[in-house]
Write a protein that binds this ligand. Sequence first.
Ligand code: RAM
Length: 353
Amino acid sequence: MFNIIDSKSNRSNARGLVCATIATMALIASISLISTTAYAQSDQKEINKGLKIGFIPKLINNPYSVRQQGGGLEAVKEYQGIGKSVGPSDAGASSQVSYINTLITQKQNAIVIAANDENAVVPYLKKAMAQGIKVVTFDSDTAPEGRQIFVNQASSEGIGRGQMQLLAKLMNYEGDFAILSATPNATNQNTWIKWMKEEQTKPEYSKMNLVATVYGNDDDQKSFTEMQGLIQAYPNLTGVASPTSVGVVAAARYLSSSPAKGKVHLTGLGTPNQLREFIKNETITAFQLWDPAKLGYLAGYAAGHLASGNITGAEGETFNAGKLGEYTIGKNGEVVLGVPTTFTADNVDEFDF
Ligand code: RAM
């Protein structure tokens, strides 16, 4: 069972809230609220019992993925389906293909996947859909023809602009900075980076200079080495944004014992439990994320409703997502979970994930 951390932002008008908060996202201090929302109204269609739902994360053994998958399986259990989670140990472009094929052979009712590549998995997901298996992407999307619904953790534009705004504040709006990303083909990170760059075109960032974008492949050791490489290669570097929970923790570990600590401002998207020690030892002052469990849970409900024929992925359809309440499907089959939380020394201890 996961804790609702920001119940207001997860109700039906999540999309509107996201738009309204884009400009100030980096300043948002999250408020821990216990949800008073009970399960949804009974006018919503029910999910069939006994559905088989297979989840595929980008890669296993990443605390982010573990929590995300846990949320998904929790949802499936609630509607009395049979959930399973399988996946690769690396985030390579085609490392998920064999798992998709297995889930097809097993005649799952739905596949829920965080895609490692926008295109590489599409032919296999199309094969699944041709056989009546519903496909939901979450966390990292495919090209639209690869799925019926994409459950996004937050507005991609909001995440990207928010990362740039946060880094700029930490750097006092000047200096050289770098981006330490996940894999070069990760749809989610690439979209966020696109929006970071778009944000950077505003006049207030004119004294900030992006010197490099490097890839740690969501591999701890490679991310650590890439961070080390950045610090050595760019002596004037004063900022690093790492929009990956694997990258940012490896970067923080490197920075914490480097002479660059205090000079290089690091931020990114990471889990409170992995970054808490680096907040406490002042390696990092602020970072952002959403609750991966809620992302998985929402995707699990979307899959259940799709597989029950209650929704098709069309814009304007609504569905009930258990304790998260009702959600509306937006343009291009996108459902948005909510807005990210900004974690600092003031609130990090309120979160346990
Ligand atoms: C890593 C993965 C995941 C991303 C988070 C922020 O765990 O790259 O896809 O959403 O970071």
